[in-house]
Structure formats: C-alpha cells, structure tokens
Design a protein around this ligand. Sequence first.
Ligand SMILES: *[C@@H]1O[C@H](CO)[C@@H](O)[C@H](O)[C@H]1NC(C)=O
Ligand SMILES: *[C@@H]1O[C@H](CO)[C@@H](O)[C@H](O)[C@H]1NC(C)=O
Length: 287
Amino acid sequence: MASLNHVLCLGVCISAWLISTADMNTVPTAENIRWVSLDFKTILMWTVKEPDHKFTVLYSVDDGDWQESHDCIQVSELECDLTHDLQPFDRLYSADIQTDTTDEDYTADEPPHAVSPHFNPYKESNISAVKFTVRSVDKTRVIVNITDPLTSIHVGQRQLSIRDIFAHDLQYKVIYRKSESTGKKEITSNSSVAEVPNLDEGQRYCFMVAAFIPSRPQNTKWGAWSEESCTHGDPGIGTDLSLGAWVGAIFVFLTVLIIIITVTVLCCRRRRERNTGFQTYQSSTPI
Ligand SMILES: *[C@@H]1O[C@H](CO)[C@@H](O)[C@H](O)[C@H]1NC(C)=O
Ligand SMILES: *[C@@H]1O[C@H](CO)[C@@H](O)[C@H](O)[C@H]1NC(C)=O
C-alpha cells in the first residue's frame, strides 16, 4: 500500500514537471483570429496570451501556397493590414500567423502558428452607409442621387468606388415614408440614381438608402443604412389641406361674409333713419 502511494506520488510529480517544462518551451500562438473589413480595407486581428512576441503573417489564395505579406514580417502589433494582398477580390483567402521564436525557446521544425478562418473580400467585406441627395422632378416623383462609397483600393491614381468593384452586382434599396407616418415603402434600384414615383402631391417624405448585393450570402447582402433625409414638402393650396380643413375654411369665410353684410346693412339702415329724421326736422321748422 505504501509503495503504491509512492508510485502515485512519483507519477504526479513527473507529470507536473513535464507540464512545467512544456510550458517553458511553449511559444504562444495567435488566438481569436478574425477578419475586419470595411469597403475593402481588410485587417486581420488576433490576440495572444503573453505579450512581447513578434509575428509574421502569410496568406494563401484558394488554399494554394503560402506567401509572406510584405507589410507584416516580424511585427509586434496584433493586427495586419492585408488590403493590398487580397486581390483578386472574389477568392477564398486564409492567413497563417507565425509567432517568431528564438532558438533558445523553441526547437521544433515547424514554428508555432495558427491559421485564420477563410475570407472572401468580395462576399464578406462590409459596405458603409451611403450619402445621397433627394431632388423632386415633379409633384409626384423624386430622384434619389446616391454617391457610391469609395473603397480603399487604388488603381493608379484612381480610388475605386464600390460600383467599380461590384459593377452590375450592386443595387441600392431605398425605403421611404410620409414624414408623419411609419408605414414604409421600398424600391430597388440597379443604378446609383433612383427614381421614386407615385408620391402623394405636396407631402413631406423621408428616405433611407443602403447598398444591396443580391449575389452575396444572406448575412452580408446589405450595406449599412444611411441616415434619413426628408423632402421639404410643398403645402400649396389645394394639396395639403384635408377635407376638414376645407370645411373649416369655408365656414370661417361664410361667417366673415355674413358679419360684413350684417354690419353694412345695419349701418345703411341707421344712416337712412338719421337722414329721414333730419328731413322731418327741417320740414317741420318753418312755420
Ligand atoms: C461586418 O459588420 C458586422 C456588424 O457590425 C460584424 O459583426 C462583422 O464582423 C463585420 N464583418 C467584417 C468582415 O468586418
Ligand atoms: C448626382 O449627383 C452628382 C454629384 O453630387 C452630380 O454630378 C450628378 O449630376 C447628379 N445626377 C443627377 C441625375 O442628378
């Protein structure tokens, strides 16, 4: 019994020693690796348990060979901007984050490393909220003029917009409502200039716009929604007045008319009476 205890104790001691030496030899690998991408600016981010390590990032296209990302060799930051490496856009990329080691703390053939999830910029890069203007064409139609957001991609001197990249895959959703109402209508536009027809004359309308890419997977189809922008409305006579307002206006008009007529009639009658009185008085004086 005593010897069994000894053996158990020895076993525990040996495993504790093994674990502690293993710990000393372990170089931390990147954790929580994620892609953050907005308008095609794409950054790989990660965390690490112990600070003060350097990292080198490699990437592959469609699970092909690994290539170094030139801006991310032995960096001490916990992120790497891969915007310029992830082209063409509609491909499946992955990244491999290697923790740089010195010979003393690591001796294995393969450096400690961690592989990112796959990422396709064309399908997954978030699209920011758009800016737009609303201009009325006539009493029942407006033009919503959308400015395509710019991406972080340059070709020569030119900065590409999302329209340059998505071309016909890019649509816009315009939702609109009367400014006092919550009932919303929606139209889809293939172009960056959208016409909204069949509006009620003279009403004030409010609009919101978002990029919409139907070819993408469900959870990345929509860009961010813009702020709401409203028309001034045009409460000209005959458009904005309800039936009740009309009845009220006619009532007031008639009342004023009746008062004027009454006052005029009363005045005339009193003056005629006074004139009559004067004549009577005159005619009665001589004698
Ligand atoms: C896109 O935005 C959503 C919502 O903010 C976020 O959860 C997601 O991680 C973002 N995706 C990328 C690739 O940045
Ligand atoms: C849309 O706006 C841009 C600039 O803001 C302007 O150059 C263009 O002419 C406008 N298009 C229409 C159809 O109003």
